[in-house]
Design a protein around this ligand. Structure first.
Ligand code: CUA
Length: 343
């Protein structure tokens, strides 16, 4: 094989290899099981609009890529240097060529800009009347969800009914955060003393992960959340449970002792349990036992993790505002029993 042929081969390989890598990456991104936060698995009208835009743009990009690379490869092979070949003719000053390569990029930019702007208008308009209102507040490092029309406040787990538009108002209690459930659609910043919003209609039931997408301090990576998309009757049952008064265990039980300890400890300064305490710095615990996770969605909500969390939160989550409590083990057991009873 001549050195020239090897050169042509190297150029072809340098074009084909990245193509194969990109296709593999795209295929891998399609599985929600493998990559639960994939942006390529839309489950709302908003995310589907973005997906459709991505597909349109990818189509045009592939067409342009194939045409340009085809012409390039043709030119490389057809006009390669041969012994005794004449000097190539310069194209400088060719009016037809210059007009053509001015118009072609303008057409390509229009192909990108028109669907993009249309999608922005389509997804960023006002939410339909009758949308479920959810207020999201980013905290270092957990998410608060309020449903003002339903009188419900919860943390780290957002419940919505399938098929009903949901308007989310996004705020921050301290620093910049970013609200992001990949299956809903785009990210939206949570900015102190300002409200951002987005709306979506979920179209698949299930539990989907999300997380803060703006560097917000030492536990930024520990600021996660879950989206529970439920059938309307399941959502109504969840709302009814959240609206009910909290459990009031009898004083003779372990949970009852825990309630007493809770009422006499530092817990009440930061946490609300309806009818028991009114702190607003940490998550509302009125129905904490009904949640699947604690501590910004990073731990399972079970006896063991709750006990470890209560004993020494900063060890489990760097920078945690909840201090190391160092309570006697029997008090921790009682507190855990009480919190678990708050279903
Ligand atoms: Cu909040 Cu990162």
């Amino acid at each position: 094989m001549t050195a020239r042929n090897q050169g042509v081969r190297a150029i072809l390989q340098s074009i084909i290899r990245p193509l194969i890598l990109v296709s593999a990456a795209l295929l891998a991104g399609c599985s929600l099981e493998q990559f639960p936060q994939s942006t390529l698995s839309p489950h709302s009208n908003y995310a589907r609009s973005i997906q459709s835009l991505l597909e349109q743009l990818t189509f045009w990009v592939v067409v342009i890529f194939v045409v340009v690379m085809g012409l390039l490869i043709y030119a490389l092979v057809r006009f390669r240097s041969r012994p005794g070949a004449p000097e190539p003719k310069p194209v400088h000053g060719n009016t037809v060529l210059e007009v053509a390569w001015t118009i072609a990029p303008a057409v390509i930019l229009a192909l990108v800009a028109v669907p993009t702007v249309l999608t922005i208008y389509h997804t960023q308009g006002a939410a339909p009347p009758g949308s479920l209102q959810v207020k999201v507040i980013g905290h270092q490092w957990w998410w608060e969800f309020q449903y003002p029309s339903l009188g419900v406040t919860t943390a780290n787990e957002m419940h919505v009914p399938i098929g009903q538009p949901v308007e989310v108002t996004i705020e921050s209690a301290d620093v910049l955060h970013s609200f992001w459930f990949p299956i809903i659609g785009g990210k939206r910043d949570a900015v102190p003393s300002r409200s951002n919003r987005l709306w979506f209609t979920a179209d698949t039931t299930g539990t989907f992960p999300g997380q803060c997408a703006e560097l917000c301090g030492i536990s930024h990576a520990n600021m996660r959340m879950k989206l529970m998309i439920e059938k309307p009757e399941d959502f109504a049952a969840w709302v009814a449970l959240q609206q009910s008064p909290p459990a009031a265990p009898d004083g003779s039980t372990e949970a009852g002792k825990g309630k007493q300890i809770f009422g006499q400890s530092a817990c009440i300064a930061c946490h609300t349990i309806q009818g028991v305490s009114a702190g607003v710095i940490g998550p509302n615990l009125t129905h904490v036992g009904s949640r699947t996770s604690i501590a910004g969605g990073i731990f399972h909500n079970d006896e063991e993790m709750l006990a470890r969390w209560i004993q020494n939160a900063p060890e489990r989550k760097p920078g945690s505002l909840m201090p190391k409590l160092d309570l006697p083990p029997d008090q921790v057991t009682a507190l855990v029993a009480y919190l678990r009873s708050l279903r």
